[in-house]
Design a binder for this molecule. Structure first.
Ligand code: MCN
Ligand code: CUN
Length: 798
């Protein structure tokens, strides 16, 4: 793009414009329309009774006192759900999940019963009036307990499930990897636990189901990141005809993966509305959200690198033990049981690798994937970068140099990884150079030496990452057999104003702003003339929703493609208006002109008017179209994050001195929004590394299901960031060269913080401290010179 073209684009709010977020007008003024803002005539309220125990047999449930409370309309139990075949529902990972418990409770906070009443307070009181008699069973809170001899079988509801193992899975070349290890000069090993973490968006989950007996239509307003998938799931589970189901995602107050899964509350509100023929609203409270929904991670990683003395990586060997909680309900679209964990080491040129993974049940809320993650890529990159740091230390090599010598080089793209992924493009060494310069690498190393002499601990952590973003393509990715692609529909009105709808669903990412910018880029219409709508299955074209930072790679590409279809028709209209043949018409941003006399031209707006008022003979009127986009490959953004810290030896408290981020996500549609995504991700990364403590004791009690332990950093705690955008490697297969960015900093960030703290205490012999790096853990590591595990169960004195 020439400079004058780029300036023209900025003028109309096109590609590269840091256009202000149009959605913020209503958000900042308190005029958003969230699920809980919606009130329907005659609406009732649903509250859920949750299990206080992690594992127990249900001996009896007495709901009589709850029914007697004035204002109560319905009390639902598992037994009643079972009469409609709804006590259990299928999960997206081909398991089953209890909607309301029947035989047993399997995690603390599990849904046992629910009450529908005139208001939420009556419903809550009535929940407390329900008597449940439990017979406690021993609880399992980690994979080692799950597979121990004599472990109680959590899923005794299932046939052919004699133990707690969900799957054993492997990928890669075992024999080749074994051979490479035999030839290694040095073998470096690391084990760690990536703790449970929780997306905790500001808005909790909720739904309003409204079944209209007269029309037989079910409308559900709900907090979902993927409305069309929910419509398909409701059609299957509730056996309702698909065209009689309308799912509407209004404004969403943050998703972060929390709003991908299907929760029992949604199902109960739908059934209650069908039974009562009135709208039923369920809005989760904060502790309900923290204890029962969408956990992520909880994985034990153990790996080895085979290394040559000079630093070349010869092979990677890795084992993962994933704790999925009581139900295998991963909402991920790949056929790989462990998600995309095997994207690990993708940015390094590793000749051969082998990964094994085992998934187990435990007495915890279901979880595994889904917190700014692209399905375990977060764990993959964390392990990779912690392992790289440990290996560099074992070799006595500079960690930056060690990375550089093992990177996939610019000439190697497209690059096939040993686990089978195909990397599209990147300039890894260049990003690293920008980062090292920005952080003042050499200088910092000198300061660190000097500070150490004075007894002060400074550390620098590097994390580099690449991430497979944009599920699918449809050849390899599907959900319950529905192929992964996405869509956009563009209607250009006669005055040149337009409405764009996509199958994605923004939850704060800014689609209403950025999609209009893509249309502006493709058609030359000012972005402000394009409104964007998502989230209503009755109006939006079919799409798979927003997660895995797939919106830009897939729905965003569909926006480009539909705009190009519109432009192709506009060209025929222009030829007609200019009275020349189509071949003689040239395009520049917003205008067609005659090649031989550039002064003779028509604007895109004139073409729009002609589509309704002056079309050539035989042409179908109107200027509307739809595009479905099936990407040929994932997009692979790259990033380098560098963090410097100071650790206080006396207390184990650590402070961040500096954070430098170099992100290459290809062409940036809106640089300001991209920076916002990176800052948000780094804030979450910092929170996970530093302060977010949520775990389990030996009885399976969830410790930290509150914002006193599971801290959300505010502007006060959050360090400042220095962001760099000078490296741009377009994705070769994306229509505008954009790659995803939404998760990168949350994926790659955590290792930079941990590496910095471990670097600061180098010399103590400590290889690992599990996140969160709470002061007592860091203090213990320094004082006793040993690794500190954060694996549950927590000790009684914690
Ligand atoms: N963008 C851009 N140029 C690029 C890439 C992206 O301008 N090269 C813009 C996009 O147009 C979009 C935003 O950046 O406005 C994020 O785009 P993308 O990377 O495509 O990610 P998605 O829109 O698919 O968002 C999903 C991603 C995920 S999976 C999680 S989890 C997460 C995240 O986004 N949840 C979020 N960021 C979040 N940000 C907010 N505010 N709220 C959430 O719930
Ligand atoms: Cu994995 S969390 Mo986001 O993909 O919705």
């Amino acid at each position: 793009m020439s400079v004058s073209q780029a300036l023209d684009e900025i003028k109309i709010g096109g590609l590269g414009a840091s256009r202000r977020r149009v959605e913020d007008d209503r958000f900042i003024r308190g005029k958003g329309n969230y699920t809980d803002d919606i009130t329907l005539p005659g609406m009732l309220h649903l509250e859920i009774l949750r299990s206080p125990l992690a594992h127990a047999r249900i001996k009896s449930i007495d709901t009589s006192k709850a029914w007697d409370i004035p204002g109560v309309h319905l009390v639902l139990t598992g037994e009643m759900m079972a009469t409609r075949n709804l006590a259990w529902m299928p999960t997206l990972s081909y398991d089953t999940q209890a909607v309301l418990a029947t035989d047993k409770v399997r995690f603390q906070g599990q849904e046992v019963a629910c009450v529908i009443a005139d208001d939420p307070y009556i419903a809550k009181d009535a929940c407390e009036a329900i008597d449940v008699e439990y017979e406690p069973l021993p609880a399992i809170v980690n994979p080692a307990q799950a597979v121990a001899d004599g472990a109680p079988v959590i899923r005794d509801d299932k046939e052919n499930q004699p133990d707690n193992v969900i799957y054993n899975w492997e990928v890669g070349d075992k024999a080749g990897t074994d051979r490479a290890f035999e030839q290694a000069d040095v073998v470096s090993r690391l084990r760690l636990h990536y703790p449970r973490s929780h997306p905790s968006p500001i808005e909790c989950c909720g739904s309003i189901a409204d079944f209209n007996r007269a029309t037989s239509k079910l409308t559900v307003y709900m907090t979902t990141q993927a409305p069309h998938i929910i419509r398909a799931a409701v059609a299957l589970v509730a056996e309702l005809p698909e065209h009689m189901i309308r799912i509407v995602s209004p404004d969403i107050g943050g998703g972060f993966g929390n709003k991908v899964p299907v929760y029992p509350g949604y199902v109960c509100s739908i059934l209650a509305s069908i039974l009562l023929e009135r709208p039923v609203k369920w809005i989760e409270d904060k502790s309900g959200n923290l204890i029962s929904t969408g956990f992520a991670r909880d994985i034990y990683l153990d790996g080895e690198l085979a290394l040559r003395k000079d630093g070349k990586i010869l092979a990677v060997r890795m084992h993962a033990d994933a704790d999925h909680g009581a139900f295998f309900s991963d909402a991920q679209p790949s056929k790989f049981k462990i998600g995309l964990l095997h994207s690990t080491f993708a940015c390094y040129d590793v000749p051969v690798a082998h990964l094994t993974a085992r998934g187990t049940y435990s007495n915890k809320a279901p979880g595994g994937v889904a917190y700014r993650c692209s399905f375990r890529v977060t764990e993959a990159m964390f392990f990779q970068e912690r392992m790289i740091a440990a290996a560099a230390a074992d070799l006595g090599m500079d960690p930056a140099e060690f990375r550089r010598m093992n990177f996939v080089t610019d000439e190697q793209f497209p690059h096939r990884t040993p686990f089978g992924f195909l990397l599209d493009s990147g300039q890894y060494a260049k990003c690293l150079d920008v980062g090292l310069k920005a952080v003042g690498y050499e200088d910092f190393r000198r300061q660190q030496e000097e500070a150490r002499k004075r007894g002060k601990l400074l550390g620098l952590g590097i994390s580099t990452m690449t991430e497979p973003l944009g599920a699918g393509n449809s050849r390899e990715y599907d959900i319950l057999g529905i192929k992964m692609f996405d869509s956009a529909e563009l209607k250009v009105h006669m005055t040149g104003k337009a409405i764009l709808r996509t199958g994605a669903k923004t939850q704060g990412q800014g689609h209403e702003t950025t999609w209009a910018q893509i249309v502006a880029h493709e058609l030359g219409l000012p972005a402000e003339d394009v409104i964007v709508e998502e989230g209503d299955t009755d109006t939006a074209p079919f799409g798979m929703g927003t997660y895995a930072s797939r919106s830009t790679p897939v729905a965003g590409a569909a926006v480009s493609m539909v705009a190009r279809k519109i432009r192709a028709k506009a060209r025929r209209l222009a030829a007609h208006l200019l009275e020349v043949s189509e071949e003689d018409v040239e395009w520049e941003l917003g205008r067609f002109y005659v090649r031989s006399s550039p002064d003779r031209g028509v604007t895109i707006q004139e073409c729009a008017m002609a589509a309704y008022s002056n079309m050539p003979d035989g042409m179908e009127p109107g200027l509307e179209n739809t595009a479905f986009y099936d990407p040929p490959n994932l997009t692979w953004p790259f990033a380098v994050y560098l963090v410097t810290v100071e650790v206080d030896q006396e207390t184990g408290v650590w402070d961040v001195l500096n954070i430098v981020a170099v992100d290459d996500c290809g062409v940036r549609i809106n640089p300001m929004i991209v920076e916002g995504q990176i800052m948000g991700g780094l804030t979450e990364a910092y929170a996970m590394a530093n302060m977010q403590f949520i775990t389990f004791d030996a009885e399976g009690n969830c410790v930290g299901a509150n914002y006193m332990d599971y801290l959300l950093p505010t502007a006060w705690e959050t360090p400042g960031f220095e962001l760099h955008s000078e490296v741009v490697t377009p994705s070769p297969h994306h229509p505008i060269g954009a790659k995803g960015i939404g998760e990168c900093a949350a994926v790659g960030g955590p290792a930079a913080f941990v590496n910095a703290v471990i670097d600061a205490i180098a010399g103590t012999g400590v290889r690992n401290i599990d996140m969160p790096l709470l002061p007592d853990r860091v203090w213990e590591a320094i004082t006793h010179g040993h690794d500190v595990s954060g694996a549950p169960p927590v000790r009684a004195d914690d």
